[in-house]
Design a protein around this ligand. Sequence first.
Ligand code: NAD
Length: 428
Amino acid sequence: MKVAVVKEAAAGERRVALVPDAVRKLRAAGVDVLVETGAGAGAWLSDDSFADAGASIVSRDEALSADVVLLVGKPDSETITKLRRGQALIGLLAPLTDPDLAARLAAAGVTAISMDMIPRTLPRAQPMDALSSQANIGGYKAALIAADAYGRFFPMLITAAGTARPARVLVLGTGVAGLQAIGTARRLGALVSAYDVRPETRTEVESLGGTFIELKSVGSASGEGGYARALTEEERQAQQDELAGHIARHDVVITTAQVPGRRPPLLVTADALKAMAAGSVVVDMGASDLGGNVAGSLPGETIVEGGVTIIGPANLPSTMPSAASAMYARNISALLLNMIKDGALAIDRSDELHAGVLITHEGQVVHPALAGSDSASASSAASAPAETAPPAPAETAPPVQAGTAPPVQAETAEPAAPAETAEGTADV
Ligand code: NAD
């Protein structure tokens, strides 16, 4: 069986689906690995390093003729036209927000397997959980970006030239990315508060040394499988109003809130931004072309309004391509090895894991969260450009099992309260 890694299609994407260690594992399992020339360059992985691990370095066309093609992100239209019936494609295909892509892959007769549909709470699927591995990187990097953009210190510092109080950081949304942002900001010495509509995350926030904020006006919005549900219009308004007071008291806000299959909820309104002090920094991990957690945030752009820096980072995991590729390679090779039997891809649709990730098969969109929807019909979507796909409604979210919390690291106690500024020294 031939498995191939190709260069990513998206502009600026620096990750690669396999790293040499993962190639060795697949070779040991009897899999032939093809790597497109230069596929690892963005992650500082040379063709030689892949060849040393046992891969064959080939042209793009040869790589695209393999039995299974591995990607990090979505294939572009040109790639899809080169695929043939019966081939398999594995990547983060986001079928819930881009059902047209699924339909086009079905029309091409490709077996599409999506890494973001892994049933995350299934214990044997945990090594395959690419959403978590990449969200961890995103949360870490969001905190670093915030610290970099903030014009003061994160930790408390007492120096002869003045005393710096610790930065007050607020993290909104405490899933995998939010918890990593909390841990990272705490390691930098900031005082961190956090909020989530799932009150069960309180213990995780506190275990990282953060303070959990409970809103009086909004109750629990825990949805299925450990995810949040979308809020009603009244809840959303109440949440925004009450959050505004907390936001105004913080120097840095990092937002990570998501509801599966929906556009990110707006948590920081234009009025809330106006109430922040000049010099504050907001990092919106949810920034997207459809809108993010923060009013006015734009993906890939930094804007300054009323002295508040609003950063909409684009593709944070790609900014740490070596770590992100290594983690993703472990995720995707674990899934692949789970699906290989007697030297061939053997999809068992009675297996909850396989059924969870299988999006298209034998010309049909087969995932229960998509099959039957209008945009999932191969004929209607073959001509529809992916960019026009609206976010999928909440009802299309996949059934996921209620599960355990992701691992969180224990942290040291809250930093000491800032000492009174000694007379004659300036605040820094
Ligand atoms: P996510 O990216 O879907 O959402 C991020 C966070 O945003 C969530 O905590 C969500 O509650 C929050 N949120 C959504 N709407 C909000 C709003 N209006 N206001 C405030 N917060 C809002 O979440 P995720 O990081 O992918 O993780 C989701 C769940 O999956 C968690 O329960 C996590 O513990 C669980 N999980 C379990 C495992 C496992 O069992 N191995 C692995 C990974 C994740």
